[in-house]
Design a protein around this ligand. Structure first.
Ligand code: HEC
Length: 473
């Protein structure tokens, strides 16, 4: 029987895999006790997961490019990486590894073996090792322009703002920026960074202290000449929000977003935050563009599962939960998960409910210093049928253990200010027609070699809609 053979084969390969994993496990613990070195063991980890931030002219306070630079931070590296998905963790990536979908794009997180390797290195005096083991450098100081999306085709710049040394948070428009485009273009990727005059050795211990433009909602549209505020819908794009510490956005190849001829970036609402010294700052917007003539083939939906109205956050209380539900009105492929809360937020989970199947898609820790999005890998992006229910749970902690909370004694409601609270999944999705939905599921079944008995997290109909069953109710 083909099915039995298949299962036998799977069991055998699974056992083989367990065997290999055990061997790797044993090997790495030997390596730990027998002298982990920087050149052989630590440098490759830093190159992959740390140096794009920890190098001159990037967001982090110190460079970790060389042994001399990294060595003084050995103990701090051990303790920050050991936090895994909790507030303060390095790298700032908070996906929980024991639940939900595990494949994301651009995932810098460390394996358990790598966390142990860093700890072993710190505990054994952070030795350098043989220079011959050192991999070729990935970043050369001053050697590149530092954009994560690669070399951009268009870089736009906001006007400069001055933020006083102290004062209440401001929430205001910071102007429009002409794109200068003479024909419609579609955007493949966008990245934003703040350029300011805060000294590199500023002594601030949060990423927020290094920047003053904490957050920006912006869109692009064509300005009608007589009415400067009017814009036409089909040339409008609402871009993903900019946040301090947030990652770049790389859109799926078939879902480029329009940056229209004659359009402007409208920097509608910027959140300006005083950080103790008068600061001048502006934003740079880097776009990678599709070639002229490209047209996207899919429709975007902004999938907001949120509840901002009846938030009530009690003082000095751990494990407070908020819940929100959305019924999907179209077949939907979810591209990203983007937990958005404020200081009390420590965790968010997204579930999909379809009939009596309830699946956790993603649970992620949350650190309000790092408001970021997670992009599902192509074969892992949830494919949900019309009528499925999304259930979002936010976890809040207002005890002194959550150091992001300014004063644990305060009650908090919902609102836009940082001292108020939000509870939103800002993730994005595309709507699928019946044909597209069937096709995407068919392709996934083929690529992953699925049988009718396989359960795929995030694709409740993947194992049901085999072509022979298409007509079934
Ligand atoms: C997305 C950018 C980014 C990545 C990736 C990143 N860091 Fe950081 N790191 C920062 C920023 C910004 C700070 C300062 C704010 C803070 O302490 O949270 C920081 C702080 C630290 C600190 C604490 C420094 C202190 O003053 O005590 C350590 C240690 C550290 N990072 C190590 C690492 C290691 C090791 C990795 C890779 C495994 C890594 N970081 C990856 C941006 C990053």
């Amino acid at each position: 029987m083909p099915t039995t053979r298949r299962h036998t084969f799977r069991l055998a390969s699974w056992l083989a895999l367990v065997g290999v994993t055990l061997m790797i496990g044993a090997g790495s613990s030997v390596a730990q006790s027998e002298g982990v070195t920087f050149t052989r063991d630590i440098a490759p980890i830093l190159q992959r997961s740390c140096q794009h931030c920890h190098r001159p002219d990037s967001v982090a306070p110190m460079s970790l490019l060389t042994y001399e630079e990294a060595r003084p931070w050995a103990r701090a590296m051990k303790s920050r990486t050991a936090l895994r998905n909790e507030r303060g963790a390095m790298p700032p990536w908070f996906i929980e590894k024991n639940i939900g979908i595990q494949s994301y794009k651009d995932d810098p997180s460390l394996s358990e073996a790598e966390i142990a390797t860093i700890a072993g290195w710190a505990d054994s005096g952070a030795p350098r090792g043989d220079m011959a083991d050192l991999p070729p450098p990935k970043y050369v100081a001053g050697g590149e322009d530092g954009w994560r999306i690669g070399t951009p085709d268009l870089v736009l710049r906001s006007r400069e703002v001055t933020v006083n040394a102290s004062g209440a948070d401001r929430w205001e428009p910071i102007g429009v920026v002409p794109t200068g485009l003479t024909e419609d273009r579609y955007v493949e990727a966008v990245e934003i960074r703040e350029v300011n005059d805060i000294p590199k050795e500023g002594g601030s211990n949060t990423v927020g202290g290094r920047f003053v433009l904490h957050h920006l909602n912006y869109s692009s549209h064509v300005v009608e000449s007589e009415q400067p505020d009017a814009f036409t819908g089909e040339t409008t794009t609402v871009w993903p929000v900019h946040e301090v510490g947030r990652n770049a956005d790389i859109f799926p190849p078939d879902a480029g977003r329009i940056l229209a001829a004659g359009s402007v970036l409208n920097l509608e609402t910027a959140h300006l935050h005083s950080n103790g010294r008068e600061t001048k700052a502006y934003l740079e917007f880097a776009f990678k563009l599709h070639p002229v003539g490209y047209k996207p083939s899919v429709t975007w939906v902004r999938r907001l599962t949120a509840n901002g109205v009846d938030i009530s956050i009690k003082p000095t209380t751990a494990d407070q939960q908020l819940h929100a539900y959305t019924v999907l009105e179209q077949h939907t492929k979810i591209l990203t998960f983007e937990p958005h809360m404020h200081a009390p937020g420590v965790r968010m989970c997204l579930e999909a409910i379809w009939g009596h199947s309830v699946q956790t898609l993603t649970c992620a820790g949350y650190d309000h210093n790092w408001v970021r999005s997670y992009v599902y890998a192509d074969d892992a992006a949830p494919l949900l049928p019309e009528g499925a229910i999304l259930h979002l749970t936010g976890f809040m902690d207002t005890t002194p253990g959550n150091r992001n909370v300014a004063d644990p004694r305060n009650w908090g409601g919902g609102g836009r200010r940082s001292v108020a609270n939000m509870f939103i999944d800002l993730g994005e999705a595309i709507a699928l027609t019946d044909e597209e939905f069937e096709r995407e599921m068919g392709e996934r079944r083929e690529r992953l070699g699925l049988t009718k008995n396989d359960v795929v997290i995030g694709c409740p109909l993947c194992q049901v809609r085999f072509p022979s069953q298409k007509a079934a109710p």
